[in-house]
Design a protein around this ligand. Structure first.
Ligand code: F6P
Length: 320
């Protein structure tokens, strides 16, 4: 294999640029030609130019959020004729290997191209961290830290006014972000789609806290579980306590990646190129026991990532 390409797809995640950099620099180190495809699968289909990368193309990007290749959601890529045209385009450009940086949906596109003869490797990058088969996804750590920063600020004003704050975080249908940020931020309650919410119990605990002279409380709500405004109103109705709601939104996706995300992205980016050099496509990278390993792409597309119920149980013990 002489030429490979890289694209970013789906929602952006902090650390995608670090991953692109690692792919490019590792490929060039091994004397491969490496190209960037702009706007993900959508760009591949609509004919976005293939950008040939040099060692300088990826200078000064390791610390930047977003993705220099831009990204897009490409629902049309589910159609077979679109996939066939995309594979043909890559083949005509002499590209035999592709690194797809993105989430589970992007891995479905990657698996389709693999079936059509393009060696493809998926690199997990999603703030939601909902891809089965890996203990790490690029972007998650940064997002959790961004939320912690917001929580710290909200606590100041919550304490000043002795209010309850309800904070809604992203995560699509999963509660991994809410659980991690809620536990690390010391939230009094965490509401996730994977666990039936017990609003009565939450209200009781809030009132017990206030009886112990707690000056503030924070409820973290995953967007896939409930609307934060509805939770805020319900808590107010049941307890009479003053509530305020903050929906953090896309602030959670931006910003400079943490060291952990930069390192993970760098290790996975290099590992992706090594897989392609050994003609091993149809794989996703995975963090297991601290090591970067590979698993079939289907590992990341079938089923849902298991929710850590034990950690959730611990969060209930610690949140008092
Ligand atoms: O998958 C990442 C994510 O940020 C989800 O947490 C969120 O539900 C979704 O993307 C938002 O997508 P968009 O940026 O297309 O509105």
């Amino acid at each position: 294999m002489q030429k490979i390409a890289v694209l970013t797809s789906g929602g952006d995640a902090p650390g995608m640029n670090a991953a692109i950099r690692a792919v490019v620099r590792t490929a060039l180190y091994h004397q491969l030609e490496v190209y960037g495809i702009e706007r993900g699968f959508a760009g591949l289909c609509s004919g976005s130019a293939l950008r040939r990368f040099t060692i300088n193309s990826v200078a000064g990007i390791i610390h930047r959020g977003g993705t220099i290749l831009h990204t897009a959601r490409a629902p049309g890529f589910e159609q077979r004729e679109v996939q066939v045209a995309a594979a043909r385009r890559l083949r005509e450009a002499g590209i035999g290997g592709l690194v797809v940086i993105g989430g589970g949906g992007s891995f479905c596109g990657a698996a389709a191209l693999q079936e059509l003869g393009i060696q493809t490797v998926g690199l997990p990058a999603t703030i939601d961290h909902d891809i089965p088969g890996t203990d790490g996804a690029v972007g998650f750590d940064t997002t959790v830290n961004t939320i912690l920063d917001a929580i710290n600020r909200l606590r100041d004003t919550a304490t000043a006014h002795e209010r309850i704050f309800v904070v809604e975080v992203m995560g699509r249908e999963s509660g991994f972000i809410a659980l991690a940020a809620g536990m690390a931020g010391g939230a009094e309650a965490i509401i996730v789609p994977e666990v039936k919410p017990d609003l009565e119990g939450i209200c009781r605990r809030l009132q017990e806290g206030i009886a112990r002279r707690k000056t503030h409380s924070l409820i973290l709500v995953a967007e896939g579980a409930a609307g934060a405004y509805a939770v805020g109103e319900e808590v107010h109705r049941k307890t009479g306590l003053e509530t305020r709601v903050t929906v953090l939104g896309h602030i959670q996706r931006g910003g400079s990646p943490t060291a952990a995300d930069r390192l993970l992205a760098s290790r996975m980016g290099a590992a992706a190129v090594e897989l392609l050099r050994s003609d091993t496509g149809g794989q996703m990278l995975s963090l297991k026991g601290g090591e970067i390993t590979a698993a079939p792409l289907q590992t990341g597309t079938a089923g849902r990532r298991a929710f850590p119920q034990d950690l959730y149980a611990l969060s209930l013990i610690l949140a008092r």
